[in-house]
Design a protein around this ligand. Structure first.
Ligand code: ASN
Ligand code: ZN
Length: 333
């Protein structure tokens, strides 16, 4: 998406900023790949330990601390939103799966807001969350949508568990897992069932003049936006549209549409709160310790069917739903 803006946007300043954002995000993604899981912090009670810092529109991390755990709201909407969404994400993982923070051992949750000048992204850098304010023309404030925070922090969960290699199919799975739990965090926060959820990622993030509803759609990949500046949502909905490219680490944000839709299909077929069954299958697959870092779609599919079989039984409706979902997107036959 940023690659498209960097090439096609009408406004040269917007193009230049997109190029800079791409360069910075790539550097951080490399950092993320190279960070090895460090020893877990000593855990206390299962309560979040949050810290919000303000970069003051510079690109230095972490920036000036503006809100520590338990401190009163600052009055800066961006800062307070980031604080609340860290809390919601902590609450989701703790309540749904008994996970104590990102590393499972009470890791301090740090977010830097107001990063860079009109910065068009949010990212997990291996240690903390970083949010840009958005350029206001294409993107609004990245602290807005809860699923964006959930997505980035889930990169942290993945780093501490399956540590999926950030390229090719394992990279698309890394991205997809972040979308899956990002969406589930929002669904949990809103108390939605699978049929009530919008299954969008980043609803509300695109500026009003952009023709689009969100960054991605898990239910209907490829339909999230179609806009002169952004182009059309490039996500495939099944294996027949798999994109072979050298950009974006082999299309990790593109091909993630395939496993995203597999999750949606499984959750929709099972019904009810998606985090309870489909989400549990994906969570235990991700964190179970037997998934290779370089796993491909077929390997991940087999692992989810194996997890569902263990949790619900071989002939169970849940297991059939998971198995059918991967057939539905052409990963298995
Ligand atoms: N927001 C992007 C992501 O989490 C940033 C990146 O690392 N490419 O996928
Ligand atoms: Zn991501």
């Amino acid at each position: 998406m940023l690659e498209r803006i960097a090439r096609n946007a009408d406004d040269p300043a917007l193009r230049a900023r997109a190029r800079r954002t791409l360069a910075l995000t790539t550097a951080h993604a490399t950092e993320r790949r190279l960070t090895s899981p460090s020893a877990p912090a000593p855990s206390g009670a299962a309560a979040p330990n949050r810290m919000i810092a303000d970069a003051g529109h510079k690109e230095q991390l972490p920036g000036r601390t503006v809100r520590a755990e338990g401190a009163a709201a600052t009055g800066d909407k961006t800062c307070d939103q980031a604080y609340d969404w860290l809390g919601a994400t902590f609450g989701f993982y703790e309540t749904a799966y008994g996970r104590n923070s990102i590393d499972g051992a009470g890791l301090k949750m740090i977010s830097t807001v107001h990063y860079g000048e009109r910065y068009d992204n949010a990212f997990w850098n291996g240690e903390q969350m970083v949010y840009g304010d958005g350029d206001g023309t294409i993107f609004t404030d990245f602290t807005g949508p809860l699923d964006v925070t959930g997505h980035e922090l889930t990169h942290g969960v993945t780093q501490y568990t399956a540590n999926l290699d950030y390229s090719g199919q394992s990279g698309a799975l890394n991205e997809s897992v972040s979308d899956v739990f990002g969406s589930l965090i929002k669904q949990w926060h809103l108390g939605q069932t699978a049929d009530q959820a919008d299954w969008l990622i980043g609803q509300g993030l695109l500026a009003p003049s952009v023709h689009g509803v969100a960054l991605r759609s898990m239910k209907a990949p490829g339909t999230a936006y179609d806009d002169p500046q952004l182009g059309k949502d490039p996500q495939p909905a099944d294996m027949s549209g798999y994109v072979h490219t050298y950009e974006d680490n082999g299309g990790v944000h593109t091909n993630s549409g395939i496993p995203n839709r597999a999750f949606y299909l499984a959750a929709a077929a099972i019904g009810g709160h998606a985090w309870e069954k489909a989400g549990r299958v994906w969570y235990e697959t991700l964190t179970g310790g037997s998934l290779p870092s370089a796993v491909d779609f077929a390997g991940f599919a087999a692992a989810t069917v194996q997890t569902a079989t263990r949790l619900y039984g071989a002939g169970a409706a849940e297991t059939t739903a998971v198995s059918d979902a991967w057939k539905g997107v052409g990963v298995t036959k």
